[in-house]
Design a protein around this ligand. Structure first.
Ligand SMILES: [Zn+2]
Length: 161
């Protein structure tokens, strides 16, 4: 996915830096997988940030059953994507298998960088072959979130028809 524009000033630059580089936030509970339209599937994990100014904070992992090797990971807060990682996504500006987008409060745009060391899967891998947990945990580190005490559940292997 290419960078996308969201509403500006959903979070201040200071709050965003504090969230991504300050005291570690903590994910809680169990990951819940939901199968949506067009056989897309997403798992959601609530995050406790310790900041009252960041609402509805959560980590999300998404793929679809037609091409499960395209994995999207998103760190949401205040109804914007604060940070995203695209595995096997395409970005015209950033070469490589994995890249990361980070929200820019001033204009609602995203800054994009390549990630050489992210635990990606190969294109055309099957759901059974893909280590979604490893990706989720690597993404959580990039978001400064501790997921050590969550109850991980593997995604279902097949969607509904
Ligand atoms: Zn992308």
């Amino acid at each position: 996915m290419a960078g996308r524009e969201q509403r500006a000033n959903a979070i201040t630059p200071v709050e965003l830096r504090h969230l991504l580089e300050g005291p570690v936030s903590r994910a809680t509970g169990m990951i819940v997988w939901t199968i949506g339209q067009r056989r897309g599937i997403e798992g959601i994990e609530p995050v406790v940030t310790g900041s009252v100014s960041i609402q509805d904070c959560r980590l999300r992992i998404q793929f679809n059953f037609q091409s499960p090797w395209h994995v999207s990971l998103t760190f949401h807060g205040n109804n914007v994507a604060l940070r995203r990682v695209c595995v096997n996504g395409h970005d015209r500006k950033v070469p490589g298998r994995v890249h990361m987008h980070t929200y820019v409060p001033a204009d609602g745009n995203e800054r994009t960088v390549g990630l050489a060391d992210f635990p990606a899967c190969l294109p055309h891998a099957t759901v059974e072959d893909i280590d979604f947990r490893k990706m989720f945990e690597a993404f959580a580190v990039l978001c400064n979130v501790d997921v050590g005490s969550i109850d991980w559940v593997d995604p279902p292997v097949e969607g509904v028809n």
